[in-house]
Design a binder for this molecule. Sequence first.
Ligand SMILES: Cc1ncc(COP(=O)(O)O)c(C=O)c1O
Length: 447
Amino acid sequence: MAQRNISRRRAIATASAGALGTMAIHPFTTLNFANVSKLALLGGEKVRTDSWPQWPVWEKSAEQEVIEMLRSGRWWRGSGEYVSEFETEYARLMGAKRCLATASGTTALLVALHVLGVDAGDEVLVSPYTFIATYNVVFMNKALPVFVDTDPETFLINPAKMEERITDRTSAILPVHIYGLPVDMDKVNGVAKKHNLKVVEDACQAWLGEYKGKKLGTLGDLGCFSFQNSKNLPTGEGGAVIGNNEEIMDRCHSFHNCGRPFGSLERTSDYPIRGSNRRMQQIQALTLLSQMKRIHKDNDIRLENATYLDKKLGEIPGIYPAKMVEGNNRSAYHMYPFRFVSEEFEGVSRSKFMEALRAEGVPCSTGYGRQNQDGLIEEALNSRGYKRLFSEKRLNQWREENYLPGNDQLAREAVTFYQSILLGTKKDMDDIVNAVTKIYENRKALL
Ligand SMILES: Cc1ncc(COP(=O)(O)O)c(C=O)c1O
């Protein structure tokens, strides 16, 4: 991919970097170099010694109800009101007609794919830059995940590359709003409509994110969420499916409850459709109801800090914050992502850069890797079932086409900050900018 041109402002900043020995304030940061000249990794003073905001945060106000519910023994959804109450509140929060609470994000995806008719021998277009659950659920439905390359600038599925991957077996598209970044859903839905495909949004990291003013998860046929411990809306383990079609949502409910009839499903027998137990427990719902009280405020803080980082980090050569797709959009920022381009840091490797950043007191991680090369994929393709369902020719073609240069690039370049870091103060964000700038200025010392 062509690299972004360094702007005139950047060029000036880069040129002036050499004169740093005498400079007190750098042109693209608030850093005072008089105090922190030597990298912490090489024995210098750390930019930051304070701790970062911790996650999750327990809401004390929930304690009374939690204790009462636990003492009552009404722990499963059939014996209490909290799961239904959560479903009503979450649907309202998301601007969806209906919500079904599930045991996890993975189970939410399993419900959605099954109910939308993804069946054995089907193919599903999938984002490769994601957590394994996204394509594991396709395998669980005995379908073939077909990866569509990632646009490294947006970190998201590249809709321009979707059509070339469609076959007569393709039945659905599973785009992922990774880190809460909104996928270009108009383009995804356009392809889906043209080829008569279902769309399940993996919004497992995208609570209250928006695409063109609409909440992520409400733009496809169904949207799926995770409330696992690390998530911006956490309850240990938990998930949800949201949707606007009453009949489909009735089917989701029925399927997640062992196939028992629900709503519009006619009671032709005790179990009119196949099903499974994917139910959420009362304790999960009660915790979520209390966590939901803070999510608007938290998300606003994350957005404000991420916007600040976009501006400040984006001025540093070699640092490329994720680009938002066109529209009136909003990311949920489960992670703050950017690309680190080693060539613009004189060839310093990403792992050395991250080591230096951590030494300065800023925790960071790499994000996802070359998921399309995971061992579990060959394990599935070589199984008896897959050999029955797909011809050898098709599986070999799949292997040949499993080449994703955009995703490979991102796997090499991505660096992320965890969401709770974004709940810090402006001074905390300045510490991040100062640490990255300091490393940039001292990049030669890392070679
Ligand atoms: C993108 C994505 N999809 C699916 C999942 C699965 O959710 P869970 O861990 O709640 O099963 C996760 C959770 O980490 C996720 O991040």
